[in-house]
Design a protein around this ligand. Structure first.
Ligand SMILES: NC(=O)C1=CN([C@@H]2O[C@H](COP(=O)(O)OP(=O)(O)OC[C@H]3O[C@@H](n4cnc5c(N)ncnc54)[C@H](OP(=O)(O)O)[C@@H]3O)[C@@H](O)[C@H]2O)C=CC1
Ligand SMILES: O=C(O)[C@@H]1CCC=N1
Length: 271
């Protein structure tokens, strides 16, 4: 299905760029995509890399039907001071910002502007994103479908109530970083055990991929999958005892709670 909408990605940093590249990979026509950047050099880089049209924020607001806001949450108020009053209420605003509720945008946009909150993640770069989508004020099913049309080609999408978005941010938004940290630590453990770094890296990355595919495709609970690896008096249980002794499970509970709390704090600090 060819998109009927023109999308402007406002603030094409890391996340904005992955939306641009993902849309283009999915066949989104270049002439239905606009990009804005704060620095001219960044705009030129994106124009060169993707052949997209880079415009100012005001022109993006005028020409696009869908405004995907991908600036840092701390920059959102300044951006909305600039563009908010110019956004006609029939445009769809999609926020990709962590923490900020749709009410933050609604308060700075003309009455009746539909706002959708989206939390995606960096595996969008390989079309394996987890993207959670929530309707905010004035957003109807048709507009949620537009957001899904944009993000489905980048991976998996899920509709969630907006009240769950800070938790979603803690789990899947930040989630890739936790897995990368684990991989980094396990590769270092391989070094400790005397393996060459490249060998340790290959062993752990393929083990991560295999485990992830089994989690997704086997239909088995993670406990069952772990038990199948854990032989009586074997090697795995010795490692698991150490993980439990070091409070890894408790650390993850605390870590994700801290991420959720930081999302709330970002919203509270946004002016
Ligand atoms: N990184 C991630 O994994 C995830 C991030 N997010 C959310 O995505 C958003 C973007 O994050 P990320 O891509 O990491 O951050 P970046 O800093 O890489 O991108 C933000 C971009 O917005 C630009 N910008 C800021 N203000 C303006 C403006 N007024 N007009 C035009 N462009 C502007 C910045 O320009 P300049 O280069 O000059 O700073 C920068 O290029 C955040 O709100 C974050 O919470 C959501 C999910 C995952
Ligand atoms: O760290 C952050 O704030 C952003 C939001 C989710 C992932 N990265």
């Amino acid at each position: 299905m060819l998109p009927e909408h023109t999308v402007a990605v406002i603030g094409a940093g890391k996340i904005g760029e992955l939306v641009v590249s993902g849309l283009l990979r999915s066949g989104w026509p270049t002439d239905r995509l606009l990009v804005t950047a704060r620095r001219a050099a960044r705009g030129a880089e994106l124009a060169e890399r993707y052949g997209v049209t880079v415009v100012g924020n005001a022109e993006a607001v005028e020409r696009a039907d869908v405004l995907a806001i991908a600036v840092k949450p701390q920059d959102a108020a300044t951006l909305l001071d600039e563009i908010g009053p110019r956004v006609p209420a029939e445009k769809l605003v999609i926020s990709l910002c962590a923490g900020l509720p749709t009410s933050f945008f609604a308060a700075r946009l003309p009455e009746g502007t539909p706002v959708i909150r989206v939390m995606t993640n960096t595996p969008a770069l390989v079309d394996q994103a987890m993207t959670a989508i929530s309707a905010g004020p004035h957003a109807n099913g048709e507009q949620l479908a537009i957001a899904e049309e944009m993000f489905k080609p980048l991976g998996v999408t899920l509709r969630v109530p907006e009240s769950q978005q800070d938790a979603v941010t803690a789990l899947s938004g930040s989630g890739p970083a936790y897995f990368y940290l684990l991989v980094e630590a396990m590769v270092d453990a391989g070094i400790l055990l005397g393996l060459p770094r490249q060998v340790a890296h290959e062993l752990i990355v393929q083990t991560a991929i295999g485990s992830a595919v089994m989690l997704r495709d086997s239909g088995e609970h993670p406990v069952k999958l772990r038990e199948a690896v854990t032989s009586p008096a074997g090697t795995t249980i010795s490692a698991i005892r150490e993980l439990e002794n070091h409070g890894v499970r408790a650390a993850l509970l605390a870590a994700l709670e801290a991420a959720r709390d930081r999302a709330r704090e970002i919203a509270a600090q946004a002016r």
